[in-house]
Design a protein. Structure first.
Length: 144
């Protein structure tokens, strides 16, 4: 499933970049998070229990980081009988008057038992999570 969009923030590119690459902010946007550990700035682990899926062991890896304009992140989740891979990227540009424009893209791939969840059921959940994450980024970046 492919998701993409744009959003403007009332904050500098540096502040938005810092927020969107903060492991604690990203983890805080994941529902039903049971545990989280930042191994280093580019590698994190977590466990989450979703109502629509078994408990997932998640690994996060920052694949690209070009401050303050671009970052790419991969999240891999694995559970009994299934797995999920989420590849995301974002690009930031100045929108004038201290504002920042973000273009984001994400690709979600489910396999095994998780792959049985249809896109029609999953898309609304994914879109709500994206909105939750973007609101957290807005809150953090605009308060810096």
């Amino acid at each position: 499933m492919h998701l993409a969009g744009t959003r403007e923030f009332d904050a500098s590119r540096e502040a938005v970049f810092a927020a969107v690459t903060d492991p604690h902010l990203i983890a805080g946007a994941i529902p039903a998070l049971e545990s989280f550990e930042a191994v280093d700035a580019d590698h994190w682990t977590a466990t989450a229990k979703f109502s629509i899926a078994p408990r997932l062991r998640l690994t996060f890896e920052v694949l690209e980081r070009r401050k303050p304009e671009h970052s790419r992140l991969r999240i891999h989740g694995k559970s009994f009988g299934g797995s999920a891979v989420v590849d995301t990227s974002f690009d930031l540009a100045s929108a004038g008057d201290g504002r920042t424009a973000m273009h984001y893209e994400g690709e979600l791939h489910l396999s095994g038992l998780l792959g049985r969840i249809g896109e029609h059921a999953l898309r609304p959940l994914a879109e709500r999570q994206i909105e939750k994450l973007l609101a957290a980024i807005e809150h953090r970046a605009s308060s810096e």
